[in-house]
Design a protein around this ligand. Structure first.
Ligand code: SF4
Ligand code: SF4
Length: 64
C-alpha cells in the first residue's frame, strides 16, 4: 500500500502555490489549457506538503 497526491480539479483554482511548494521536480505541473494543475504520480513522494498548503483543499493523498 502506498499513497499519491490527487487533485480535485473542481476545487483547484490554478493558483500554483502547490507547484512552488512541492520539493519533487516536475511532480506538479500547470496545464495552460485547463488552467488547473496536473500531478505526475510517478514523481510524487507523498510528502503531503501540497495537501497542507493548498488554500482550496483541492489535493488529498489517495491510497494505491
Ligand atoms: S494550491 Fe490548490 S488551488 Fe492552487 S493550484 Fe495547487 S491544487 Fe490548485
Ligand atoms: S505530496 Fe509532496 S511530492 Fe507529492 S505532489 Fe504533493 S508536494 Fe509534491
Amino acid at each position: 500500500m502506498y499513497f499519491k497526491a490527487k487533485v480535485d480539479k473542481e476545487k483547484c483554482n490554478g493558483c500554483k502555490i502547490c507547484i512552488l511548494s512541492c520539493p519533487e521536480p516536475n511532480a506538479i505541473k500547470f496545464d495552460p489549457s485547463s488552467k488547473k494543475i496536473e500531478i505526475y504520480e510517478s514523481r510524487c513522494k507523498a510528502c503531503k506538503i501540497c495537501v497542507v498548503i493548498c488554500p482550496k483543499q483541492a489535493i488529498e493523498l489517495e491510497e494505491k
